[in-house]
Design a protein around this ligand. Structure first.
Ligand SMILES: NC(=O)c1ccc[n+]([C@@H]2O[C@H](COP(=O)([O-])OP(=O)(O)OC[C@H]3O[C@@H](n4cnc5c(N)ncnc54)[C@H](O)[C@@H]3O)[C@@H](O)[C@H]2O)c1
Length: 324
């Protein structure tokens, strides 16, 4: 199968590209490189440096590649930027999505997999939220992910597309950008490798469901190749992708710190491993968010394979290999 991965030069997208290539699929990528990097892509993968907001450029990339399926990861993914610039957020996450959907149906794609978000759809939940939890997005980013799923349902019904929305929990792993506001594991790894303390926002008792990036990539591959009897044409299937296990930021930091120290030691370096600092709480941060992925297990046969401690060790090792 030939799959076009938008946002394929980014963190999750590039793990999807790797998984697809391992499974023997042909892959092409659309990415404007606003946060992604060419270095995340294996040599030989065609990369169209295109802004998905530009319909003609998107159409040209589809015409050149003629994919069978689309995996749509490209997005404006900063919650705080969405609050500051809701118009920009909607341009990339709604108009950009519609441009990609239009080109997908015009070139005869059968399957469309979309990166949605359990975190922003379900809000504060203390037990793992199933997909039936009423959506309650409170940021423009959450609203555009929700609207994105509604557009997917429309295109599926109107054009017979088989659409799958994967509602990720908090994804972490190698290649995550440590410079943004999200990606606490990447941010902590970078700080600790520089010998600086991690900064925990507020009291740090914010519970999240951390899922390893390559596990999320595998869920995307399964969704892309699922039989029509599992993810049928003409409808949208929304599935949570997470572990259902909650970890608060204080406990997370206490796991990342020794993982980083061990990764540094294994490379002949010593890092100071200072205790964390506490900064101000971030306004609007949810106290608890975790997802129930039982439906993904039932429909796709997907379960997370990499436990948190192992994923943190692999992530720390990746960052340690690249530390100055
Ligand atoms: N990381 C998480 O915890 C998480 C959780 C829920 C959902 N998601 C979703 O997963 C997807 C991938 O996120 P990620 O964590 O890999 O982030 P990322 O920033 O690493 O990847 C996004 C990619 O999209 C590209 N991109 C952004 N705007 C674009 C545009 N206008 N045109 C073309 N390309 C554009 C970027 O250059 C980047 O390569 C996003 O849709 C995000 O909303 C991520």
């Amino acid at each position: 199968m030939k799959i076009l991965v938008t946002g394929g030069a980014g963190f999750i997208g590039s793990h999807i590209v790797d998984s697809l290539l391992r499974e023997g699929h042909a892959v092409a990528v659309i990415d404007d490189l606003s946060s992604g990097s060419r270095d995340n892509l294996p040599a030989g993968v065609p990369l169209h440096v295109v802004d998905i907001v530009d319909p003609a450029a998107v159409a040209r990339a589809f015409a050149a590649e003629q994919p069978d399926a689309v995996c749509h990861q490209a997005a404006q993914m900063s919650v705080s930027r969405s609050v500051r610039e809701p118009l920009f957020d909607a341009q990339v996450n709604c108009i950009g999505l519609i441009n990609v959907l239009d080109s997908a149906v015009r070139t005869g794609c059968q399957r469309f997999v979309f990166a949605s978000s359990g975190g922003v759809l379900y809000g504060d939940v203390t037990t793992p939220a199933p997909e039936t939890t009423p959506a309650n997005p409170v940021s423009p980013y959450g609203i555009t992910k929700w609207v994105g799923e509604r557009y997917l349902a429309f295109y599926a019904a109107e054009h017979g597309l088989s659409a799958v929305a994967l509602r990720y929990s908090n994804v972490y792993g190698p290649r995550q950008n440590p410079h943004g506001e999200a990606g606490v594991v990447a941010i902590f790894c970078k700080k600790l490798l520089a010998g600086e303390p991690a900064t925990i926002n507020g009291d740090g008792h914010y519970v999240r469901d951390y899922v390893y990036g390559p596990d999320v990539a595998r869920a995307n591959v399964l969704a892309l190749v699922a039989a029509p009897s599992q993810c049928g044409p003409g409808s949208l299937t929304s599935l949570n992708i997470g572990t259902g296990l909650g970890t608060d930021v204080v406990d997370l930091e206490a796991l990342v710190r020794p993982a980083v120290a061990a990764a540094a030691t294994a490379r002949g370096r010593t890092v100071a491993s200072p205790a964390p600092l506490h900064g101000p709480a971030r306004p609007g941060d949810l106290r608890s968010n975790l997802v129930d992925a039982a439906r993904a297990a039932e429909i796709l046969g997907w379960t997370p394979q990499v436990p948190l401690a192992e994923g943190l060790a692999l992530t720390a090792a990746w960052f340690a290999d690249r530390a100055p």
